[in-house]
Structures are given as structure tokens and as C-alpha cells.
Design a protein around this ligand. Structure first.
Ligand SMILES: [Mn+2]
Length: 397
């Protein structure tokens, strides 16, 4: 009896010593299972369960992509653009990136497998990181817009971590879908008000040329500055209701293969739609969900954008304020979170080169984090679609 007790005590001590040896040094960036705690005991590393620690999108590793980790390669990166000085109604989207990250904490609690799409983006072999936020001044819009373009472009032109690979059906080597012929990583930007899409499209243009845009929003955002309240200066003419107008003037948006979804704003008059036609957008009204259903809406989008590279911009106000109240310019009569998520999954197979979600202003959210949770879940669908389809095509012979 005594000997067995001694043996037990010895084995406990050995186990404790072993545990100490293996957990003494956990490498920086160690995330074996992001939904599990790495908490090893007193005076060791910080707890890392889903409700503790420093919050990144979906508990992804934080890489200071624009700072000391400038050499670190990745395949898909989340990057915040905390800018809200282009808003016309409720400000507050500068807190969008931190709010969306908080709303995303539980995404990987069970592992992150997307059932309807049949993919786990976090386990797909791609290196997915959270790059933190682009530094953005709140005092000077012109400078802030230049900062966002510069930050995005720096990341977009970094060599991806994974090679493009081969076509899954034919086995032939894929070639990039970009205009510059290079393979680029993908970025998912956390806004910020919608003005940020002008510098984001300038960055995207540097790799892909004029690009088709899928734009979910209750508003057109192609408004001429004169319609959108006028402005006391040229700088003030560039805001979250006019950025697509300016993007079109600069030739950043492909005319005829771009489309809005969930539109339900009031207008200055029918001329706003004529202007929108000139800029080159097709439109899906929010109410068409009642007649076309999600399948019909998905078909309409796919028919317009085809298989060419596409940029995806999601205003959280495309979702009804019942589901996502915390936004800059809420409009009732929108889609449910479920409907938008279904439509996004319907983009499976498209070459989405980069994406954003904007106008999340957490100060107006409920205590239940409805809006930031909806934003995070919407991005989970976008991430899943991206993870399934490489940005390549089989070379024409
Ligand atoms: Mn909007």
C-alpha cells in the first residue's frame, strides 16, 4: 500500500514536471486550436479562450502586417479601417473594426466548419491572419483616404503565403485572374464608413484594373455631390454617399457588370437612377426578395458579374435594422441576416478578389451585440466562399 502511494506521488511529480517543461515556452503566434484555451497555470502565458485575451477577428493570429511583420506572408487578411468622418447622419463607424472583432469571438468555438458550403476556412490550408488596423487620422479626410489606400495597397501587393495551385478538376496549373499577371493575397476590410471604398478601389485597381463590384446596401452611393446635399469644398464632396460617383469618374468600376443589392433608399428623384445607370450599376431592390426570392437574386447577380474578378462591398444597412440597428443611415424594409447570408453563399465559385463590410457603428447596437455579430457572421460566409475558390483560372491554350 505504502509503496503504491509513493509510486503515485512520484508519478504526479513527474507529470507536473513534464507539464512545466512542455508549457514553459509557448511560441508567439501559437494557435493550435484557436477555440481552446492555452492556459497552463500560474505565471505562464495569457489565457486564450474565446472570451478572454486580446480580441482579433475570429481569434485569428494578430500579425502587424504594416509594422514589424512587414515580411510576413498570408493568403487572406482582415484589416481595419477606422474612419467615419465621411458620414452624413450617425457617426461612430470608427469603432466598427473593434466592434466586429468582438462580435466574431465565437466564430471558431466549435471549429468553424461552414455546413452549407462544406468548408472550414480556418482549416483549409490557407494562412488567414488579422493585420490589425490601418493608421487613420480623424482630423484630415484627404490624408486619411491616402492612408487607407496606401495600407491596402501595401498588403495587396505582398506575395501570398500559398501558391495558386492547380485546377481541382483538370489538374492544370492555374494562372492569376489579376490584370498585372501576379498572384495577390485577399483582403477583407473592416470599416469604417463607406467612404473607404474609394481608396480601397484605387488599391484594387492597381492589381486588377477596372473591376466589377457587387454592392449590398440600402443606398445607391453613386450620388452626384450636388444631389447629396452639396458641399462647401471639394474634399467634402467625397463622402459615404458619393464615393462610387468618384470611383466611376476615375475608371475604377467596370461599367455594366456591377450590381447593387438591397436598395430601398428614397431618392432626390428618378434622375438618381439615371445617374446610377450611367455609372454602370444594375440594381436589385430590397423588396425583390418577396418576388424573386434568394435564388432569383443570386441568379441576377451571377448573370451580371459573370466569372470575371469581382470586388464585394457590404453595407451592414443592407440588413434590416431589426437585425442590425447599429449603423450610420438605417433604412427599414431590409433583408434579414439569414437572407443576406444565403445570398452571399450563392456567390460560391466567383473570383472575389477582396471585400469589405462597412457602416457598423457599435454605439447604436443593442446590449446583445446584434449588429457586430451579424457583421462577423456575414464575413464568415465571405471568408468561406473565398477559401473555396482560388484566384486563378486555367490558361487559354
Ligand atoms: Mn448605406
Amino acid at each position: 500500500m505504502l509503496s503504491s502511494l509513493v509510486l503515485l506521488a512520484v508519478s504526479f511529480a513527474a507529470a507536473a514536471a513534464h507539464e512545466h517543461d512542455t508549457l514553459e515556452q509557448i511560441p508567439v503566434g501559437y494557435v493550435k486550436y484557436p477555440w481552446q484555451a492555452t492556459y497552463p497555470g500560474d505565471n505562464e502565458v495569457t489565457a486564450d479562450s474565446i472570451f478572454s485575451g486580446i480580441t482579433t477577428f475570429a481569434r485569428l493570429p494578430w500579425v502587424q502586417c504594416l509594422g514589424k511583420d512587414a515580411d510576413e506572408a498570408f493568403d487572406i487578411a482582415f484589416i481595419g479601417a477606422p474612419f467615419d468622418t465621411g458620414t452624413s447622419y450617425r457617426p461612430g463607424a470608427r469603432f466598427g473594426p473593434s466592434g466586429i472583432r468582438a462580435g466574431s469571438r465565437r466564430l471558431t468555438l466549435y471549429g468553424g466548419y461552414n455546413v452549407p458550403l462544406g468548408v472550414n476556412p480556418f482549416m483549409s490550408g490557407l494562412k488567414i491572419v488579422d493585420c490589425g488596423d490601418v493608421p487613420v487620422t480623424p482630423y484630415d479626410n484627404k490624408h486619411a483616404i491616402a492612408q487607407i489606400e496606401s495600407g491596402h495597397k501595401t498588403l495587396l501587393h505582398r506575395t501570398p503565403f500559398s501558391p495558386l495551385g492547380n485546377d481541382s478538376v483538370t489538374g492544370e496549373a492555374l494562372v492569376p485572374v489579376s490584370k498585372d499577371g501576379k498572384h495577390h493575397p485577399r483582403l477583407i476590410t473592416l470599416g469604417g464608413d463607406h467612404t473607404i471604398v474609394l481608396p480601397l478601389l484605387r488599391s484594387v485597381h492597381s492589381a486588377y484594373g477596372a473591376i466589377s463590384v457587387i454592392h449590398f446596401d440600402s443606398h445607391l452611393d453613386t450620388w452626384k455631390p450636388s444631389v447629396f446635399g452639396g458641399a462647401p469644398s471639394h474634399q467634402a464632396e467625397i463622402n459615404h454617399g458619393t464615393y462610387f460617383y468618384w470611383a466611376a469618374q476615375e475608371g475604377l468600376v467596370r461599367n455594366g457588370s456591377s450590381i447593387h443589392g438591397a436598395i430601398r433608399t428614397t431618392l432626390s428623384g428618378p434622375a438618381d437612377y439615371e445617374n446610377d445607370d450611367t455609372i454602370g450599376f444594375q440594381r436589385i431592390e430590397a423588396r425583390e426578395i418577396d418576388t424573386l426570392g434568394t435564388d432569383g437574386i443570386i441568379k441576377k447577380i451571377r448573370d451580371v458579374v459573370g466569372t470575371d474578378p469581382v470586388y464585394l462591398s457590404i453595407d451592414i444597412d443592407s440588413i434590416d435594422p431589426a437585425f442590425a440597428p447599429a449603423t450610420g443611415t438605417p433604412e427599414t424594409g431590409g433583408w434579414s441576416t439569414r437572407e443576406l447570408r444565403t445570398i452571399l453563399r450563392g456567390l460560391d465559385g466567383l473570383h472575389i478578389v477582396s471585400a469589405d463590410i462597412v457602416e457598423v457603428a457599435p454605439a447604436y447596437d443593442t446590449n446583445a451585440e446584434l449588429t457586430t455579430m451579424a457583421a462577423a457572421d456575414v464575413l464568415f460566409e465571405v471568408l468561406s466562399v473565398m477559401a473555396k475558390t482560388p484566384l486563378g483560372k486555367v490558361a487559354k491554350k
